[in-house]
Design a protein around this ligand. Structure first.
Ligand code: FES
Length: 246
């Protein structure tokens, strides 16, 4: 048990974050009117370095944001996107929520779990090495129009079957990076974490991939064809004052 922050699950790696990470933290904090608003990006930032959020990561965020470590740990332990153990090169997530499950998501999960030899949150291979995979089932991945879906580092592979998902995972294990169905090219879990933090090394590549599909746009096309309109918005809305930066 880690008595320093009172939460047992964070690894005590003793890691020391470098100057580049500190610079990036300052940049991220500067994007918000109140420093503590940068907590979620900062947690992704430390995860991009260590492959998980460790005690050192919690302490780094707390120091940068002038928060208590317990406050940071409470947030980091709430969200499943913050991992307590170092992730593999890739994070493979299988949606097993209602629509995907009904269309084969459960069968995909079983097939991949048997192939990898791990269950929920298990890692096949040595974390961080090429071809290593952390595996999980996920709640709705917001792509029900393409069910059943699998994501790798949060990039979408649509309309999967047990066989196609197995081909995908075997390619990842060979060190390949198959193109996602939509969105940015596949990278790795740590790079994806850095991008989710809000730091992009190649923003052009991130926005070049295919985006909305016919299924995704079906509702707006129907609305257009039938002249359906959303209720009018107010001309102007009074916004609350921006709090003073602390
Ligand atoms: S239920 Fe799987 S993406 Fe929504």
């Amino acid at each position: 048990m880690n008595t320093r922050i009172g939460v047992p699950e964070f690894l005590d790696t003793g890691f020391v974050f470098d100057a580049l990470t500190a610079e990036r933290a300052v940049e991220l904090i500067g994007r918000y009117p109140v420093a503590r608003s940068a907590l979620l990006p900062l947690l992704h930032l430390v995860q991009s370095v260590e492959g998980c959020v460790s005690v050192a990561g919690v302490q780094f965020c707390a120091h940068a944001l002038k928060l208590e470590t317990a406050e940071v740990a409470a947030v980091a332990s709430f969200y499943t996107m913050y991992k307590r153990k170092p992730c593999g090169e890739h994070l493979v997530s299988v949606c097993t929520n209602t629509l995907c499950a009904a269309l084969g998501g459960d069968a995909i999960y079983r097939t991949l779990s048997e192939h990898l030899g791990v269950g929920q949150n298990g890692t096949a291979g040595e974390a961080g090495t090429t071809g290593s995979i952390t595996f999980e089932s996920a709640e709705c991945l917001a792509a029900c129009d393409h069910a059943p879906v699998v994501t790798v580092n949060y990039e979408f592979y649509d309309h999967q079957s047990p066989d196609s998902a197995l081909d995908l995972v075997q390619a990842l294990q060979r060190g390949e990076k198959p193109d996602p169905t939509r969105g940015a090219p596949l990278t790795d879990f740590r790079t994806a974490s850095l991008e989710i933090a809000g730091i992009f090394e190649n923003l052009t590549a991130e926005v070049e991939g295919p985006s909305a599909t016919d299924q995704t746009l079906r509702g707006s096309v129907l609305a257009h064809d039938n002249n359906w309109q959303a209720p009018a918005m107010a001309e102007s809305v009074e916004l609350p004052p921006v709090p003073e930066k602390k």
